[in-house]
Ligand binder design. Sequence first.
Ligand SMILES: [Mg+2]
Length: 215
Amino acid sequence: MSEIVDLEHVRLTQRPLLVCDVDDVVLEFLLPFEGYLTSLGHRLVQRSYRLHGNILSTLDDRPLADDVVSQLILDFFAAQETWQTPFGDAVHTLKRLGEQADIVFLTAMPPRFTEIRRRLLDSLDLTFPLLATERPKGPVIRSMHGDRQLPVAFIDDMVHNHHSVAEHVPECLLVHLMPQTEMHKHAPKPGPNVLQASDWRDVERHLLVHFSQQE
Ligand SMILES: [Mg+2]
């Protein structure tokens, strides 16, 4: 958690800012991760909203140790180009939104996997700047957006990230988007300050309204 977040390559223009999570928002995460686990002889049971404790060995049906699960997640980030595919209509919608807003990908992943994710996003023609950090997202967006008087919006599937952004960037429009998996049915629900989107079409509708409002 000690890494410095490098904002050098993020050049913002005088347009609205959209900060967008990647896993399970722009790229499918849980479904391909389940496939990856199966390929290794493990099994994901979606009985609560966590990976640790819910990955079983098919040899004895016992949960894998937490440190083994943590390593599997890192190994999956290293192998993401083989497994991860676009989430819903993310690609076309982001390209349309990018015509009127600055888009930055903010992904909760160790920074050493940035190059791999960069290649994967580029292969989908999603060339917007990418920041990978395990730091809380709110302060990162605050330092990126500063005190600019322009609309700012944030999309993420995790409620704790919305809490962080609400605390540090209170003027930010918060949009919650997540996959409809069994595991996500157990996820904490966002508060009333967060808009819930059912798909990317819904996201686009919310954002266009927000971006048309000059602050
Ligand atoms: Mg995510």
